[in-house]
Design a protein around this ligand. Structure first.
Ligand code: FMN
Length: 408
């Protein structure tokens, strides 16, 4: 299968033109042997490269390129399949924007390529090329936050150290995970994640419940979550609880039951954030809307969980503007390497800025992911990089500090 891969990257060192020419000559030979063809654009600081060829060969070449320390910030922009090659004659051809004007480069690429101008103007690959040529030396307006500028220090959390469930008969337990603002040194909330009676996964817990009791058990479990939050001594901190949307529809007086759990545990509705996903089909939108209004009227916060996972979609966002939107881990993972994920997060941030919704990135595990997200303006994070969930407790938190320039 004929694959096309496009990436962009940033030059790491100063490269004189003769080095660039010899790099491309060697690349041309190696690519030709593997039946890979393509072009390399260079604007003095950044590269944009198009690789075309058999999928396995393109992967081999891209893996090598990724390991090359003459460039960094390698971000994959497109991976696609095509019926024919756009560039046939050479393994690799260089187009240097420092040596030619932008229109001349574009004309040369079109002469070199196989698509006629009319076809090229609709082709996504050519659109990437035109965009790179039109805005050279652009890094998408991203502020610079580099992984090597940071070190981490573990600090104990300010919560009580509780390790046992409240009672032995408790049907479920909770693991708590903080959501933090790393650069402010602030814990913005604790999420209560449900676990089985012996600490097993949420799936294990829900599998033990008869389907007709699911929503009742879901709502009742929030009482245990809040009781545990109180035992942890959450003080004025906020606590986030996950609720199946249909629990609000199917259980009569669900919001009152929730409010009861809150007051019984001497918490304030303003401290509670209800996180909902669309992981079950919401039937009865009217009842759901009514329940959400009641939640909001009582002062309870609302967050859309797992946004972008396929379960929490745009319709929830359009109908019930939440206080918070949590970007799903599937989007966050390796975001520093992946152009489509980056474009999605920038669009989510624009939308949330317009609607005054706070954005949280979930599932952050790598410092590179955090740096990229922080650089585009995300301020709240949840993930193993900072703190893992701990059964009946809160783990110490890994706080980043900028390494002073004299030490780097
Ligand atoms: N090597 C290739 O074989 N094909 C290429 O298309 C290619 N393009 C490159 C583009 C850039 C911007 C840079 C910095 C390097 C490129 N290289 C290319 C060089 C590879 O990164 C690597 O040095 C070379 O394949 C030798 O790899 P090896 O040392 O793992 O054998």
């Amino acid at each position: 299968m004929l694959a096309t891969l496009i990436y962009r990257s940033r030059l790491n060192c100063t490269l004189d033109p003769s080095q660039l020419t010899s790099l491309v000559e060697r690349a041309n030979l190696r690519n030709s042997q593997l039946q890979v063809t393509g072009i390399l654009l260079f604007d003095g600081d950044h590269f944009l490269q198009i690789l075309e060829g058999p999928l396995a060969a393109v992967n081999v070449v891209y893996e090598r390129i990724n390991r090359d320390n003459r460039h960094s910030h390698v971000v994959e922009l497109l991976r696609d399949y095509a019926p024919r090659r756009r560039f046939v004659d050479r393994g690799m051809m260089l187009f240097d924007l420092c040596a030619m004007t932008a229109p001349a480069v574009l004309r040369a690429i079109l002469r070199f390529g196989t698509l006629k101008y009319q076809l090229a103007s609709n082709d996504r690959v050519y659109k990437f090329i035109r965009n790179f040529i039109a805005s050279p030396k652009s890094n998408g307006g991203i502020r610079n936050t580099e992984p090597e500028q940071w070190s981490f220090t573990i600090k104990t959390s300010p919560f009580n150290n509780v390790s046992a469930p409240i009672t032995a008969e408790q049907p479920c337990q909770f693991a708590f995970q903080p959501i933090i603002e790393p650069l402010r040194g602030n814990i913005s909330s604790l999420e209560a994640l449900i676990r089985g009676p012996n600490g097993g996964s949420p799936q294990e817990y829900f599998a033990t419940i008869a389907p007709n009791k699911l929503h009742e058990a879901d709502l009742a479990s929030k009482g245990w979550a809040l009781a545990m939050a109180r035992r942890l001594g959450i003080g004025n901190h906020k606590v986030a609880i996950n609720l199946l949307p249909m629990s609000l529809v199917k259980i009569p007086g669900a919001v009152d039951i929730l409010l009861n759990h809150i007051t019984r545990n001497q918490l304030n509705p303003g401290q509670i954030i209800v996180e909902v996903t669309e992981d079950e089909v919401i039937s009865g939108y009217e009842e759901f809307t009514w329940a959400i209004r009641q939640l909001r009227a009582a002062g309870i916060g609302l967050a859309i969980d797992d946004f972008g996972s396929g379960f929490a979609g745009l319709s929830l966002l359009a109908k019930f503007q939440p206080d918070k939107l949590k970007i799903d881990r599937t989007i966050v993972t390796d975001i520093h390497l992946h152009g489509p994920k980056q474009a999605i997060v920038k669009a989510i941030l624009d939308c949330c800025a317009e609607l005054q919704i706070t954005v949280v990135a979930e599932g952050v595990e790598k410092i590179e992911e955090w740096c990229w997200l922080e650089a585009v303006g995300v301020q709240r994070f949840q993930g193993f990089l900072f703190a893992r969930p701990v059964l009946n407790g809160v783990s110490p938190i890994n706080w980043p500090q900028r390494i002073s320039p004299s030490l780097t």
